[in-house]
Design a protein around this ligand. Structure first.
Ligand code: GNR
Ligand code: NI
Length: 173
């Protein structure tokens, strides 16, 4: 197991389109374990492979209070999304310290492979539905701040770059 480093906005690599996972093999199982460890360590409710610079369609999620209900979605596909939509405050491990409202479907049905490579269909609502949509956006190269106004997004971009400079981080990692 290993902690992976999480790409920070505005890293252009966050805008990479992920390809499907070809096979749920030892490499993918190991990546799943590392992503779960990284998500729990960062106190996140979800993590997309894109955020750890692996551009394959894989996300891990755990919206439980106890942090003991890991959900693995490989090659996820939204098969239905409710017309009913609502604005929720969202945050992102790639944009730490920033929270703002994003409109999403309140309910979704998702088809995906689980960690064993078995096809499953998940019906989600509430925080899980929000998280699934947020993670699937990452796989398309989309970060939640792209739903905000250009003014807000540019302020966030400047703030992130300024904080990173203050922390002495390079542009790379
Ligand atoms: O930890 C996270 N919290 C969160 C809160 C509201 C809406 C979405 C999220 S996902 C985020 C983790 C993350 O960045 N996943 O990509
Ligand atoms: Ni995110």
């Amino acid at each position: 197991m290993a902690l992976l480093s999480i790409l920070q906005y505005p890293d252009p690599k966050l805008h990479t389109l992920a390809r499907p996972v070809a096979a749920v093999d030892a490499r993918i199982r190991s990546l799943i374990q590392d992503m779960l460890e990284t998500m729990y360590d960062a106190n996140g409710i979800g993590l997309a492979a894109t955020q750890v610079n692996v551009h394959e369609r894989l996300v891990v999620i755990d919206v439980s209070e106890e942090r003991n209900e890991p959900l693995v979605l490989i090659n996820p596909d939204i098969v239905w999304a409710s017309e009913e939509r609502v604005v929720n405050d969202e945050g992102c491990l790639s944009v730490p310290g920033i929270y703002d409202g994003v409109e999403r479907s309140t309910q979704v049905k998702v088809s995906a492979l689980d960690g064993e490579g078995v096809v499953r269909t998940i019906e989600a609502e509430g925080l899980l539905a929000v998280c699934i949509q947020h993670e699937m956006d990452h796989l398309k190269g989309k970060v939640f701040v792209e739903y905000l106004s250009p003014l807000k997004r540019n302020r966030i971009k400047s703030k992130m770059l300024k904080t990173r400079r203050a922390l002495g981080k390079s542009d790379e990692a």
